[in-house]
Ligand binder design. Structure first.
Ligand code: COA
Length: 340
């Protein structure tokens, strides 16, 4: 029986930190508004010349280093992003080339904030076949180049930050797979869902091919279609509902309650969403990872950034029972159960 274990975690953050006060010099907002509505104090933005692939490759190199491996040791790459360098080709092949990997498969995952959660599930499914030994999963985003520091985009641009995170998964085999009832380390279970009726509530229309004008006709000036659009309150409500549902489903199927978890790693969209989940599942603060105050919402990178920070602060050590839970544009949502 084959199953997958996480062997290394790494991340990459562009050095330029943007405070709430700095944002307030570009638009009508304030440190107080941003902190109270989202919990965010600062975020990282790239400077000229840094692309999503650069952050992805740096995070991957750090994960490889922690795992004691090199790019040539990998035999699969999954890259989750909503902000790739190019419309095509995808991010995966740039990572494959940048790390000096063999000509291994490198595939992109396009489910926005759920990308890393679905990536873990996809990785696990591939690895349970026994065909692949070492897989790299990366979540990498540059939001600062697709949003605008302006009044018309302020409900979006104060929330999102740039960053990347990566994990190395390794296939192991045994007579028993990891489960909630044993102490075998590895991926235990996953749950995913989507509802495309919510697509227009969190969307970036351009570049894209739906409707008029097509992206080829886009003028010099950025139209609203080339800025992310978000119906904040509707997204908020859907996030709380779906994240609660998917986590409940995952726990119940595995005969667990939230109290059995050592750590919950939620997608970092808004501190108020995290707090609502924490209270609903009656978890103490130390059992729920929260770092949105440092990075904002980094979409597909939030889970590995949380994993990295929780490893560094000693909460994420081998043997811990961990759940992740995410929600993103689409709408998409997911949860993973892991014996770390
Ligand atoms: N600074 C100051 N005021 C702002 C602002 C900003 N950056 N952005 C919006 N506002 C204003 C609005 O225009 C509105 O003004 P009005 O009352 O005069 O119309 C007011 O603040 C309240 O806006 P509202 O949208 O009701 O605030 P909110 O409490 O819902 O918080 C979000 C806004 C975006 C922080 C919140 O809805 C949210 O986090 N939603 C979920 C986002 C999310 O998770 N997205 C990713 C999913 S993966």
């Amino acid at each position: 029986m084959f199953f997958s274990q996480i062997r290394g975690v790494g991340c990459a953050l562009p050095p330029h930190i943007v405070t709430n006060d700095e944002l307030a010099t570009h638009m009508d907002t304030s440190d107080t508004w941003i902190r109270e509505r989202s919990g965010i104090i600062q975020r990282h933005h790239v400077t000229d010349g840094i692309a999503t692939s650069h952050l992805a490759i740096e995070a991957s190199q750090n994960a490889l280093k922690q795992a004691g491996l090199k790019g040539e040791d990998l035999d699969f790459i999954l890259a989750a992003t909503l902000s790739p360098d190019y419309f095509f080709p995808g991010l995966g092949v740039q990572i494959q080339h940048g790390l000096g990997c063999r000509t291994i498969p490198a595939m992109d995952i396009r489910v926005q904030c759920s990308g890393f959660s679905w990536g873990l599930a996809t990785a696990d499914a591939f690895m349970r076949t026994g065909k692949y030994k070492r897989l790299l999963l990366v979540g990498a985003e540059i939001h600062s180049r697709i949003m605008e520091l302006s009044n018309r985009n302020r409900n979006f641009s104060v929330l999102f930050g740039d960053g990347a995170g990566a994990v190395i998964l390794e296939t192991h085999s045994g007579s028993e797979a990891p489960s909630a009832k044993n102490n075998i380390r590895g991926m235990i279970d996953h749950e995913m869902g989507s509802d495309g009726s919510g697509a227009e509530m969190l969307i970036l229309r351009r570049p894209g091919n739906a409707g008029e004008p097509t992206f080829q006709d886009m003028g010099e000036e950025r139209s609203m279609a080339s800025l992310p659009h978000m119906e904040g309150q509707a997204v908020f409500k859907n996030a709380v509902t779906r994240m609660s549902e998917v986590l409940t489903e995952l726990l119940t199927r595995n005969g667990l309650t939230a109290a059995d978890l050592d750590l919950l790693i939620p997608h970092q969209a808004n501190l108020r969403i995290t707090e609502m989940l924490r209270k609903k599942f009656e978890l103490p603060e130390e059992k729920v990872v929260s770092n949105i105050h440092l990075y904002g919402n980094t979409t597909a990178a939030t889970l590995p950034l949380c994993m990295n920070d929780a490893q560094n602060d000693g909460r994420l050590v081998p043997g811990k029972l961990v759940a992740t839970v995410t929600f993103g544009a689409g709408f998409t949502w997911g949860a993973n159960l892991i014996r770390w």
